[in-house]
Design a protein around this ligand. Sequence first.
Ligand SMILES: O=C(O)CCC(=O)C(=O)O
Length: 269
Amino acid sequence: MRFSEAQIRQFCEQGYLAVPQFWTEREVAAMRAELERLKQEGKLRNVATDGDGKTTSSAKINLQLCPMYPHSTFFRAMPFAPKVAEAVGQLVGEPVVLHLDQVFLKPGRQGAGTNWHQDNAYFQIPDPLKGTALWTAVHDATVENGTMHLIPGSFREAYEHTRDPESDHHIRCYPPEDEMVAVELPAGGVVFFAYGVAHCTKANNTDKERAGIAFHFINADQDGHARSGFEVGKRPYLTGPDATGGEREYGLRVAGTWEQEVDRVLNNH
Ligand SMILES: O=C(O)CCC(=O)C(=O)O
C-alpha cells in the first residue's frame, strides 16, 4: 500500500492516519476466530479496576493479552504481512522494527475504555513521530462502542502521566478533551498513530463485543533508546539489513507465513 503525499503529510502534522480498508474480510474472520480461541483458553486478562486500584466488579471489563506472539503463531505472523512493513516504513522511515503486540477486547455493555495516554510515556523514544501504533478494528469501531479517540498534533507535547486508578497497571494523562477526534472504522480498517499522540478508547455501550489489535513499530534508530516492549535484542527487524524474517528473534522463519496462517485458522474453525 503506497500512501499519497497528503496521507503522509497528515501523519507528520497530525500524528495519525486512518486507513478504512487495510485487512481483507478473510483476514478479519481469521483474527476473530483466533481471538475466540485465546478467549476460550482463558489467555485474556481483565485489567479494569473499580477506580481505587482494587479488582473490578463484573461491571467493567477490559480484556487484554500482551504480548500475543508466544500464544499464537497467527498473531506472531500478522506483523510480517508484507503490507504492514510497507505502510509503516513510509510513516516512521526504514528500517522498521516491531516493538510490541497486544489485544484489547471490550465485551458488549460491560466493556470499559482504556484511559487517555501517550504511548511514549511508556516507550520513551527520543522522536515521538518515529514510532507508530497500528491499531486494527477487529469489529466495526464506532462512537457507540467506544472506538479510538485521539488528540491531533498532541505529539508536540509530553503530558504528565500518573497511575490510572481504573486499570491494574496502566498510567494515564489528562489532555484537552475538547480537541479530540473519534476515529470510526469498519472492521479491517486501521489507524496509525505516533507514539506521542494522546489517545483513549471509551466504554462499549452496545450489545456486541469490540476488539482492537495493536502492534507498535519503531524506526531502527530509536531501538537503542526504546523502553518496554519486546526484550532488547529480540525485537524483530521487519526491513533493512538486520531483517531475518523472524529467524534471529524466533529461531524460525515467520516472514511469508501470514497467508498460510490465515488459511490454517479458517480451516480449523
Ligand atoms: O484498544 C484499546 O482499548 C486501547 C489501545 C491503546 O491504547 C493502544 O494501543 O495504545
